[in-house]
Design a protein around this ligand. Structure first.
Ligand SMILES: Cc1cc2nc3c(=O)[nH]c(=O)nc-3n(C[C@H](O)[C@H](O)[C@H](O)COP(=O)(O)O)c2cc1C
Length: 208
């Protein structure tokens, strides 16, 4: 199916077959492909925390305001950004790997690494949070498209208490939780949704 077809057909699905299991192999392959999404300076900050323990799922249910897809879907993924990805060591290591793989020469390796290090050096906490949100959001959309292409349904969720979720899953301040993605076999189609006419959202050169 083309990306356009997936986008035309995809709906947020809120009811899942709890007995359906996605194999580890398929899940790993979806995440592996999603991780090829564009990301700032290729620092690769996105982390995918898969929650497959039914007891944890039950604990998350009230934290996600009893949205039952949290417990019912085959897979629940907490999409996280890792603040340690901004560390100089990570940036140097990633660019060294690119050099070792023969993707660029020493001079480009050093140029790219130094540019990335100075890009993040003076950013405020708010700006770094935005950087992580951008990267994790792009990877999330890729994962949603890939999961739909593979024949699953999905829903994105920000309807949960972030503090409680982090406490329950022991997620430290090293990570920013951006959203949840549930993936599985839907039992009820997602309701259709409207979108603005393209003329309402498309602007040229200025926006009022
Ligand atoms: C960031 C984000 C957070 C969302 N959070 C929730 C949520 O907590 N619960 C829910 O039922 N839907 C949630 N949704 C789904 C939206 O309601 C849905 O995408 C929108 O209504 C359009 O419907 P569609 O996805 O079926 O086209 C979320 C979507 C996004 C992008």
């Amino acid at each position: 199916m083309s990306v356009k077809n997936i986008l035309d057909k995809r709906r947020s699905v809120r009811h899942y077959d709890p007995s359906y299991k996605i194999s580890q192999e398929i899940l790993v392959s979806l995440i592996e492909s999603a991780s090829k999404s564009p990301n700032g300076n290729n620092i690769q900050a996105t982390r995918y925390l898969v929650i497959d323990d039914p007891n944890l799922r039950d604990l998350l249910l009230p934290i996600a305001f009893n949205q039952h897809q949290v417990a019912e879907a085959s897979t629940l993924i907490v999409m996280l950004g890792d603040y340690q990805a901004f560390d100089k060591d990570n940036i140097i290591k990633i660019h060294e790997e690119g050099f070792q793989a023969g993707f660029f020469n020493e001079s480009l390796r050093d140029h790219l690494a130094n540019a990335a290090i100075s890009y993040y050096a003076n950013k405020s906490a708010e700006e770094l949070k935005l950087e992580l949100t951008r990267d994790v959001s792009l990877a999330s959309m890729s994962l949603i498209l890939l999961a739909n292409e593979a024949g699953f349904e999905t829903i994105t969720m920000s309807g949960y208490d972030s503090k409680q979720l982090k406490a329950t899953l022991n997620i430290s301040e090293r990570y920013l939780d951006v959203l949840l993605i549930a993936i599985g076999k839907g039992t009820t189609a997602g309701h259709k949704t409207v979108r603005h006419d393209v003329n309402k959202v498309l602007y040229k050169n200025k926006i009022l």
